[in-house]
Design a protein around this ligand. Structure first.
Ligand code: UT7
Length: 332
């Protein structure tokens, strides 16, 4: 059976490291509050004009090198982001131009923190169907230019960081390795629990007005408690769904890679599933929430640090805006 396998991973974070202490100069907050409520100690912000495609290019070139491939070996790009470089065209097109590989499809997907797993599901289906053999799957976010970096926006601004991480996916004919399953969910009734309202094509006569800017309606807004509660419920649920579909138990999982939204959510999920934290990936302390980049960034570090070895079973899980939530099982 043809399977979708991970051939190489890459990552990129901008140089500018922003500690919690630095945030205290920009808003009423404290290092203690942020660490205690979220587990985050620092994040990275782009230093100057730098879009998601630039972050993604660095990450993609590293992933390709680790896979022993050239950009020209790729036959499709799927890029997950909630922070597109421009309204249109998609950031995948800008990345494709940077990589110098015209002609192949360049697809943007908009599934927020679940973007990487949604993209993996699409890539897996295309690879198993034989439509494409080598897909660049990208999670890339520039949050920092979109945050309300003030006391008004402190609940959200302290959480997010900029980063890109990339997986080169390929077809493996007949082996045991690769994606075993993906499970995707969404519930649009909660679309406004975590969202950016404007600019929006439903506003007349213009997508954004001076008044909307004054009211801060172009900044992300979140009902933190509601998102927290739903994440802590949906992530264990979708992981159990994944294990059941594959006839596995939590003891079979060598590494659980949850989306990095909040260390308290990660610990609650682990406790509900009965998996020790030694087998749960966590790097939110250093990067904050990097949305679509968070899962591949964890995978990159886990593989680099020898926590992910060939033959290991890894389970990925996400929850985010939409609401969207998802899981995937991968034999590494
Ligand atoms: O990746 C997408 C998914 N996102 C998530 O999963 C995030 C889920 N939500 C969370 O992680 C948490 O809800 C937060 C970390 C955002 C907030 O933590 P919380 O324990 O739910 O705090 P809260 O929203 O109930 O706020 C408690 C207090 C409030 O003050 P009052 O009303 O009690 O006086 C907030 O105004 O903390 C205040 N607060 C802050 N204080 C200092 C909110 N943000 C900050 C801040 N610094 N940065």
């Amino acid at each position: 059976m043809k399977r979708c396998v991970f051939l190489g991973l890459g990552h990129y974070v901008p140089e500018r490291r922003v500690t919690n202490q630095e945030l205290t100069a920009l808003m009423e907050t404290t290092d203690e509050w942020i660490v205690e409520r979220t587990g985050i100690r620092q994040r990275y912000w782009v230093p100057h004009e730098m879009g998601g495609s630039e972050l993604a290019e660095h990450a993609a070139r590293e992933a390709l090198a680790r896979a022993g491939l050239e950009p020209g070996d790729i036959d499709c790009i799927i890029l997950a982001t909630l922070s597109p470089e421009h309204t249109f065209p998609g950031t995948a097109c800008f990345l494709q131009a940077r990589l110098g590989i015209p002609g192949i499809p360049a697809v943007d997907i908009r599934n927020q923190c679940s973007g990487f797993i949604y993209g993996l599901s699409i890539a897996d289906a295309w690879i198993r169907a034989g439509q494409y053999r080598r897909i660049l799957l990208v999670g890339a976010e520039v949050h920092s230019t979109g945050l309300d970096i003030s006391t008004r926006g402190r609940d959200v601004a302290c959480l997010f960081g900029d980063a890109a991480a990339v997986a080169v996916l390929g077809a493996d004919d007949g082996g045991e390795r690769g994606v075993l399953s993906t499970h995707l969910h969404a519930d649009g009734r909660f679309a406004k629990a975590l969202w950016i309202e404007a600019p929006g094509s439903r506003f007349h006569p213009l997508r954004i007005s001076h008044q909307m800017l004054d009211e801060g309606r172009h900044f992300p807004k979140m009902n933190g408690r509601q998102v927290f509660t739903a994440a802590a419920q949906r992530m264990p649920e979708v992981i159990r769904e994944c294990l059941k579909a594959n006839g596995l138990t939590i003891d079979d999982v060598a590494l659980l890679v949850p989306h990095q939204a909040n260390q308290r959510i990660t610990e609650l999920v682990a406790r509900q599933l009965g998996i020790p934290m030694e087998r749960v990936a966590s790097n939110i302390e250093r990067y904050g929430n990097t949305t679509a980049a968070s899962i591949p960034l964890c995978l990159y570090e886990a593989e680099r640090d020898g926590r992910l070895r060939p033959g290991d079973l890894v389970v990925l899980a996400s929850f985010g805006a939409g609401f969207t939530w998802a899981s995937a099982a991968v034999r590494w």
